[in-house]
Design a protein around this ligand. Structure first.
Ligand SMILES: [Zn+2]
Ligand SMILES: [Zn+2]
Ligand SMILES: [Zn+2]
Length: 314
């Protein structure tokens, strides 16, 4: 099986709007870490959050819903922000120091907690497109946040399935999956005191990975600080393995967390999904919702588990 193999390597700063000195090229910053002195929108920061210059959704206005025969429409109210993860144009979450990755997680959390005060929003998605093949239009390391006035269908389905499982067994399905995978070990990629990374039992895509907290929790943003440092370590470890095995592939990373207002529950277990961009979705997948995955998860887990990762000097 031939995969799409295009390593993600920074080509150069050019006129990058996320590098030091280009702060005026983005909308004014919403949140900044690390700048001591100096004015807003000047260099010296370590993390910077700005509104997306080309937002998918607009922040102004009231929700407006109307019907047109069988069709319902709604205006595009929401927030679309960019988290610039480092001033270093060529860095990535795999190569940044652990402490810097942890700060990225704190920035996610700060923005989520702030946006949750806006009563129009029902869901906040944090995601990352790494590399052009995964949809990134800028190579400077960044993630995105989108706050939505509705719970997306995919999230709704996942939460609903978890609720049905819980209703029947009085146990969380993800907690059950974790203990099953720990027993057999064949799909475990790595773990630390708070997190485990798995190749899921029926992955849709080759080398798909899930990072799950070992102790049940239903939302990303409501955790003690030790969780974020352990997650930073696990994310860096996981992404270094991916870079080593597949030679720095493009990937998408999504945080799956509970909808706003349902943050504490027994049935939903928050987690991170990472999908390397190795195959194309085509007619069969669009037509059926089935995915052809040529790599069994036991095999990808073994490659990733045995990967020789060398953390670059920091
Ligand atoms: Zn840059
Ligand atoms: Zn659980
Ligand atoms: Zn999920």
């Amino acid at each position: 099986m031939e995969f799409l193999r295009e390593s993600v390597v920074a080509k150069g700063k050019g006129t990058c709007p996320f590098c030091y000195g280009s702060e005026a090229k983005t909308p004014p910053e919403i949140l900044v870490y690390g700048r001591n002195g100096g004015g807003a929108n000047t260099p010296g920061w370590t993390i910077r959050v700005v509104p997306n210059k080309y937002p998918a959704l607009g922040i102004e206005g009231d929700l407006d819903r109307e019907g047109e025969g069988p069709f319902d429409k709604m205006n595009g109210i929401g927030a679309h922000e960019v988290i610039v993860e480092s001033p270093d144009h060529a860095a990535s979450l795999a190569t940044l120091p652990e402490r810097a990755v942890e700060d990225v997680l704190w920035a996610y959390r700060d923005r989520m907690l702030d946006l949750k005060n806006d009563k129009r929003f029902r869901y906040i998605l944090i995601f990352k497109n790494h590399g052009e093949a995964a949809g990134a239009s800028l190579e400077h390391p960044h993630s995105q946040l989108i706050a939505l006035p509705i719970v997306p269908q995919l999230v709704h389905q996942e939460v609903e399935s978890c609720w049905h499982y819980y209703h029947e067994k009085e146990r969380c399905i993800f907690c059950d999956i974790i203990s099953q995978e720990q027993d057999t070990g064949v799909r475990v990629i790595s773990d630390n005191e708070h997190f485990i990374t798995l190749a899921p039992y029926a992955p849709r895509f080759p080398f798909e990975m899930w990072i799950l907290p070992k102790v049940h929790g239903s939302s990303f943003e409501n955790n003690q600080s030790s969780i974020y440092s352990a997650l930073a370590r696990m994310m860096k470890d996981t992404l270094l393995r991916l870079d080593a095995v597949l030679d720095r592939p493009a990937y998408n990373l999504m945080i799956h967390t509970s909808p706003i207002g349902e943050e504490t529950n027994d049935h939903y277990h928050w987690h991170i999904e990472i999908i390397p961009k190795l195959t194309k979705i085509a007619g069969f997948e669009w037509g059926t919702g089935f995915y052809i995955n040529p790599t069994p998860p036991e095999e990808s887990a073994r490659f990733l588990r045995e990967a020789h990762t060398v953390a670059p000097a920091v």
